[in-house]
Design a protein around this ligand. Structure first.
Ligand SMILES: Cc1cc2nc3c(=O)[nH]c(=O)nc-3n(C[C@H](O)[C@H](O)[C@H](O)COP(=O)(O)OP(=O)(O)OC[C@H]3O[C@@H](n4cnc5c(N)ncnc54)[C@H](O)[C@@H]3O)c2cc1C
Length: 411
């Protein structure tokens, strides 16, 4: 029997693969719901994702494991609205139509030369295989952009808020391998939310597993030789233990150090509003470099289920460099500057501060843990062993399941 500790996306994907192969397992999850970092709360008739998060349909592993149709995926428009110089500017589809992306020579976002460079970057990244992207030289995202000779203006007004928001890294020190991977994913597919919230992804994975093989409310306290000890003192024995517990909890269980430099934090603030500040399902980016909100969207314009009829949900994301106590007044002040007096009608719903949202993926920084076999009975999987993405968490879970299957079937 295999014990999987942790019912986030990686643990669920591991369980899914074992279940397919008929390998008996028990999944132990500390909380009372599946999903880990991929959850949606219901609050006053609104759907609040625990942090703004999207599914890129081009993710290869996600495409393999998820039923997109059943998730009722809703697309964002592929450009963005960029706040710069006190105005909003439209960036049209930089992924598929890079030459039209920065619409006119009058657009203050990027020059004509930048447009050509986006087209060049797209052509170069799109033709690469994923292994070659991850084997390529590792430099920072900023160094990669400089290598393509993008202007400082387009870096600060588009790349920094966009990819800073994806990696939760406004400095753009994240590895160019991740940048090229994510750029390819944006070029090849759509940016989506499941109609019923991002948590539907975890719900779909969990629903495929026999419910008597998942135990919620089971926090593992200690890993022993061929057994795990739960917080209530009881023990579950197993020849194979898969830890899919995220960085910090894995470090605690293995008595290893794990510092704040190994993770990225984020704050997501939700407001309800009688009227949306714009009327399309797009992403708004802060290209001004000042003010706490890096990016904003109206999830209820992407899928109406995010808000009760006649209301809208606004999601504002604040990155590391602006996270502080008492953020709300600063966010509201910035929103007043952006959208004027309508913001008087916005009401704060809930704020999520996620201390361990993503692994630190800075260039040259190896993952906190090595994926796969740790010793004769313990295996590790999850984004902290690979990369911070839904796709990587799913892939990691499957690969480790296959490694475990090899062990179980050869004994
Ligand atoms: C705000 C935010 C935005 C993101 N944006 C995106 C995005 O846009 N696109 C994208 O692809 N990815 C995004 N991600 C990343 C993606 O969500 C993660 O990479 C992925 O969910 C990690 O899954 P995991 O299974 O590795 O870890 P986790 O989800 O952390 O799962 C770990 C599980 O282990 C459980 N656990 C921990 N300790 C114990 C214990 N002792 N006993 C039992 N159970 C335990 C936890 O309760 C949890 O359920 C984002 C993440 C966040 C938080």
């Amino acid at each position: 029997m295999v014990v999987i500790v942790g019912g986030g996306v990686s643990g669920l994907s591991c369980a899914h693969r074992l279940h397919q192969a008929g390998v008996p397992f028990t999944l132990l999850e500390a909380s009372d719901v599946p999903g880990g970092r991929v959850q949606t709360d219901q609050h006053e008739g609104f759907l609040l994702d625990r942090g703004f998060q999207v599914l890129l349909t081009a993710y290869p592993e996600a495409g393999r494991i998820l039923n997109y149709k059943q998730l009722g995926l809703r697309k964002f428009t592929s450009g963005a609205l960029i706040r710069s110089g006190g105005k909003f500017h439209r960036l049209v589809d930089p992924w598929r139509q890079p030459l039209q992306a920065l619409p006119s020579v009058f657009s203050p976002i990027g020059s004509f030369a930048d447009k050509l460079k986006i087209a060049k970057l797209r052509a170069s990244v799109s033709s690469k295989s994923l292994p070659s992207i991850f084997d390529a030289e590792d430099r920072t995202t900023l160094a990669e952009l400089k290598r393509y000779k993008f202007s400082d203006k387009i870096i600060d007004q588009f790349f920094r808020p966009f990819f800073g928001g994806v990696f939760l890294d406004p400095e753009l020190v994240t590895s160019s391998r991740m940048f090229n991977f994510v750029f390819q994913m944006f070029s090849k597919g759509a940016v989506t939310l499941p109609a019923g919230g991002i948590g539907q992804i975890a719900q779909q994975l969990a629903a495929r597993l026999p419910s008597d093989q998942i135990r919620f409310g089971c926090r593992v306290k200690k890993i022993g030789e061929n057994e795990v000890q739960l917080e209530d003192g009881s023990k579950v024995s197993s020849r194979v233990i898969v830890l899919a517990t995220g960085g910090e909890a894995t470090a605690r269980l293995l008595a290893r150090p794990f510092g704040s430099h190994q993770r990225r934090q984020v704050v997501c603030m939700y407001f309800k509003a009688p009227k949306a500040p714009f009327n399309e399902p797009c992403l708004v980016l802060n290209g001004e470099g000042s003010g706490p909100v890096n990016n904003l969207c109206v999830p209820s314009l992407v899928s109406p289920r995010y808000a009760p009829p006649g209301q809208h949900l606004i999601s504002a994301t604040v990155l590391d460099d602006f996270i502080e106590e008492d953020l709300e007044p600063k966010v509201i002040e910035q929103m007043h500057a952006w959208y004027g007096s309508q913001v008087n009608d916005w009401e704060p719903l809930r704020t999520y501060h996620i201390a361990e949202a993503l692994p630190n993926q800075a260039a040259g920084v190896p993952p906190a843990f090595t994926q796969g076999k740790l010793n004769s009975s313990v295996y590790l999987c999850g984004d902290f062993c690979t990369q911070g993405s839904l796709n990587a968490a799913m892939y990691s879970g499957r690969l480790v399941a296959e490694e475990v299957m090899d062990k179980v079937q050869h004994h």
